[in-house]
Design a protein around this ligand. Structure first.
Ligand code: DQA
Length: 162
């Protein structure tokens, strides 16, 4: 008989970082359409995420790619390497069944989708996200503060009593 008293999932996620993924063109944050996305650069968002996670006793692994396949490889890595995912899929939100499928295969780890802008207030093609139906929560239109809110929510979902 095993003496294990907590679930393997709880054990394995306890000290793992939260993966914060950023999709295409977010490397240009701060200079790209600042009237929509603001003036913070991606390094500022990374610092914000590190602070938000540290306050809650967690760490983050912060990444950005312009390539769909790279994002999918990273999501698959999170199946064993990360506690949960905060993802701003950027334009792939509106096009990528492959990102949807990769996130659906995350085996119950928490996923929060973030958009800096309010996608529902913008062009119709931004109103649908393939990611939302596999996310535990969606934050849009809160500026870069949305990342800190998403990290707080992931930490709540990782707390056993949540
Ligand atoms: C975005 C919204 C998307 O529609 C857009 O393609 C982006 C950024 C946001 O953070 O508001 O690149 O995800």
């Amino acid at each position: 008989m095993s003496a294990v008293t907590s679930t393997p999932a709880a054990n394995s996620s306890a000290n793992q970082p939260i993966l914060v993924l950023n999709g295409p063109n977010l490397n240009l944050l701060g200079v790209r359409e600042p009237e929509i996305y603001g003036r913070d650069v991606l390094a500022d968002v990374e610092a914000l995420c590190i602070r938000a996670a540290e306050e809650l006793g967690r760490s983050v692994d912060f990444r950005q790619s312009n390539h769909e396949g790279v994002l999918i490889d990273w999501i698959q890595e999170a199946r064993t390497g990360h506690a949960g995912i905060v993802i701003n899929p950027a334009a792939y939100s509106h096009t990528s069944v492959a990102l949807h499928d990769a996130l659906a295969a995350l085996d119950g780890k928490p996923i929060i989708e973030v958009h800096i802008s309010n996608i529902h207030k913008r062009e119709a093609f931004r109103h649908h996200s393939y990611v939302s139906s596999v996310a535990d929560g969606v934050i849009a239109g809160c500026g870069v503060q949305g990342y800190a809110l998403a990290i707080a929510r992931i930490c709540t979902l990782l707390t056993p009593s949540a």
